[in-house]
Design a protein around this ligand. Sequence first.
Ligand SMILES: *Cc1c(COP(=O)(O)O)cnc(C)c1O
Length: 382
Amino acid sequence: MTSALPKLPFLPFSKPTIDEATIAAVGEVLRSGWITSGPKVAAFEARLSEYFGGRPVRTFNSGTCTMEIALRIAGIGAGDEVITTSISWVATANVIIEVGATPVFADIDPVTRNIDLDKVEAAITPRTKAIIPVYLSGLPVDMDRLYAIAKKYHLRVIEDAAQAFGSEWRGRRIGAFGDFVSFSFQANKNLTTGEGGCLVLNNADEARLAEKYRLQGVTRSGIDGIDVDVLGGKYNMTDITAAIGLGQFANIDKVTAQRRALARHYFAQFGADFEAQSGAQLPVADFENSNWHLFQIILPDDGPGTRARFMQRMAEQQIGTGYHYAPIHLFTMYRERGFTEGMFPVSEKIGRLTVTLPMFYAMTTADVERAVAAVKTILIQR
Ligand SMILES: *Cc1c(COP(=O)(O)O)cnc(C)c1O
């Protein structure tokens, strides 16, 4: 006998919301005769700069190249060490290798799941030139402490704020202060352009260098003047993409507020006894700083295959899940550089047991209730 209940539609863990005004704006760009970098990119950069308190901002075609260019602007390369976290998208560490520098990992804090700033300080050597912190799920690190460490040891900071668009630190917007701040506009991010990224910079000189690195190192002057004095790449954003970004801005405050409300609903639905009953760990209940890019729980450890089994059983209940992230230092390419199991035990444990539940703007409180009910079926009524 099959159930008489209609099968509920699959609930993905993330889904972009693009409104009709944005779709129309993209159509206008496509009809305009100018589809690569032009007036829409300039307008998007101006809007971003305004959002980040007037700091210079330049856009790119990914969040990955945004960080790579920040490293290049900072003059970081061969012989330099850069400290980062193993629990991030692999891009965060790949860019360090890409510029010829050496990635150094510091383990994470088991509660925030962000880089542990005590371990950052312990990892500093005379070769250390920069720190790349990641604000996992949109929750910032202790920004006061981060910049105190950077100041004390004369280090540059490239904030991987890919997930933190709209996040704050004690009432100040992430991106509106600090050193380099990098954002991603990849499809799952709170503000998306499909693919893309932006870098918040410190001054006009850095902004000019960013423009060179994103377009073959070219500087133009007069009607036909052109020179190339640094090796740049092809990283510019198109006007088609920028039109999506401008459209997304109309909703960004509502997006952050909605995600915070959904996160609160998750906590209410899980209830005060959930952690004790299930052995799982909920995220930090922060509704002031985090933009709730992701809602991640840590599963109770049932040995190898714990997460795969959980994700499978969630899928059977029509609930999508993800995992952010597998520890970077255990990937083959990183093992080949000398990293091994046991070096960063907290990262390794969380990398094996973290699972991402559905969280996106168009989600409803009923969707949250479905997701929580499915989790409880698996972890408590087992
Ligand atoms: C999305 C993301 C990136 C990479 O951004 P892309 O735009 O996909 O290149 C880097 N770091 C973190 C933490 C991310 O979430």
